[in-house]
Design a binder for this molecule. Sequence first.
Ligand code: GLN
Length: 446
Amino acid sequence: DHSLARINQTDERIKAFITVDEEGARSQAAKLDAVAGRATDKPLFGLPIGLKDNIVTEGLITTCASQFLRNYNPIYDSTVASKLKDAGTITMGKLNMDEFGMGGSSENSSFHVTRNPWNEAYVAGGSSSGSAAAVAAGQVYFALGTDTGGSIRQPAAYCGVVGLKPTYGLVSRFGVVAFASSFDQVGPITKNVEDAAFALQAIAGYDKSDTTSANVTIPDYSKALDGNVAGLKIAVPREYLGEGVDPQVKEAIQQALKQYESMGAVVEEVSMPHTEYAVATYYLLSSSEASSNLARFDGVRYGVRAENPDNLLDLYLKSRSEGFGPEVKRRIMLGTYALSSGYYDAYYLKAQKVRTLIKQDFDQIFEKYDVVIGPTVPKPAFKVGDYQGDPLTMYMNDICTIPASLSGVPAISIPCGMVDGLPIGMQIIGKAFDESTVLKVAHAFE
Ligand code: GLN
């Protein structure tokens, strides 16, 4: 009741949801009431949550914010959705995003733009826009987002909440609509770090239905939250605080680093020399993967089918022309070009090699340091419409989040101050499968 009331009160302005599932939520709640005596084996018992709308939910329309899937009613649950149900959560509905995850502000959603709860003239970030805004506006206790190049961390930073992108392979992608399969990860957006540990606990773990799922032992994440960072080594890449970073953002990060030093951590400046190639590498590779993944949307198998086609090819062309928005088309064209014969070696293959160099930057740093810290985004949230028609400026905005995505390592964004009434996010990046240290360091700052 509380969550529905809050959604009714605020969502006309915030527009975090694409679908509010009042009936489903009430029926899940009623079922939980019936087993209340056994609540102890359901660690997230009765918590109202929301899911980004690219996370497949049985019997609940899953649109990816695309007109192509506006009528897609899945016949199964993604692994993460079913794990959360088992843990006792109540799904309030599906949250807005940039179409298929492509964007950083929900301005690429084919439904509506989600507003920043701190100031509605500003974007909530993206692509997990609704997930971050719903948590910040108190509509749900936590939400799941997905992160391909920053889509959990950036909106979390803009909305003043916590967003965790786990190590690639830690959380199952089964039933999560693919954007770029070698990058996509599901993770929690929460009000604080402790909640992130609990939410991650519920969704992490091996899944035989996902071929890239990692078979690793899952630790008790909340055990790491002991506030003790003495002796811990923090690397601060100078490339993350260079040109283009808002001076007030820089100042907030430097203050935070001083706080870590006062708690006994060792802070040192380092260089990650391949950072400058990260954005180009990411957009080439992720668009290539997207062009291949999105080939499945042909007007036959899923979603909307164009009317009155002349023949089969015409059915594909019409369905795709009508179903996809302009940014999705741009990525498909870029990706198809980079993968085509004659260009493959110059673009796709070259980008794969640079991806390895960027990963090696991290390998070297993590031989000596426990975590890497910097801003999540170079600037606070921008106004709705500010970057309209300027995709390259939008892409450059991902400079701080993309390196961890290319390397598959875990990273969290936590609030670390305000500029003109808008939150600033600090990013903590860790070693592969060392979410415990990332959470520990994040928690110690709160
Ligand atoms: N902004 C980035 C993009 O548009 C990241 C998106 C994401 O992580 N899903 O590709």
